[in-house]
Design a protein around this ligand. Structure first.
Ligand SMILES: CC(C)(COP(=O)(O)OP(=O)(O)OC[C@H]1O[C@@H](n2cnc3c(N)ncnc32)[C@H](O)[C@@H]1OP(=O)(O)O)[C@@H](O)C(=O)NCCC(=O)NCCS
Length: 144
């Protein structure tokens, strides 16, 4: 997205057009955080420490996007999520783009493994907020 905005030249026009088209601006909004995502603030600080033209550009796009979303989606509380500066930091560290997702995922394996261990420890079900829309389950055969 940042590459595309840089090629087109004007962040404000690019972002407005995306929202008017019904597209979602990547790296903004979160299912739970209706304020700044704390991980995003942390990664923005890391990005600032690394420095460089992409970091400056990303901060400019972030300010513009938050302004556009506040204006065009009032009351939705859409701010930067963890993905936005994660991409900037990984790029600035020299990680190739096709390695972004595996790199991001490898950092999360500790949390994923911990969830498995917590569940196994007291066998409490994890109930994700999801709705099943597949085929209905097979009917039970009555016991004879
Ligand atoms: C993360 C996400 C799925 C959270 O969704 P959510 O809290 O369920 O938000 P909703 O789907 O209820 O959206 C609420 C409103 O804000 C809008 N909205 C949410 N995120 C938006 C975004 N990034 N850009 C533009 N509009 C957005 C929705 O279109 C919706 O508008 P409406 O009320 O006019 O229909 C969503 O913000 C998103 O798709 N973000 C972009 C993708 C992204 O960055 N994903 C990584 C997340 S860690």
């Amino acid at each position: 997205m940042l590459d595309d905005i840089a090629t087109q030249g004007r962040a404000d026009a690019w972002l407005r057009a995306a929202v008017h088209n019904g597209d979602r601006i990547m790296g903004f909004g979160h299912r739970v955080y209706k304020t700044d995502d704390p991980r995003s603030l942390f990664l923005r600080d890391v990005a600032r420490q690394l420095g460089g033209p992409l970091v400056d550009f990303a901060e400019q796009v972030e300010r513009t996007a938050v302004g556009v979303l506040t204006e065009l989606k009032p009351g939705r509380q859409l701010y930067t999520n963890v993905e936005f500066f994660a991409g900037v930091v990984m790029h600035t560290c020299g990680i190739p783009r096709d390695m972004f997702t595996p790199t991001f995922a490898s950092g999360r394996t500790i949390g994923w493994a911990t969830h498995v261990m917590e569940q196994a420890a007291d066998n409490r079900l994890i109930r994700p907020a999801a709705r099943y829309v597949g085929r209905p389950p097979p009917q039970q055969v009555p016991a004879r």
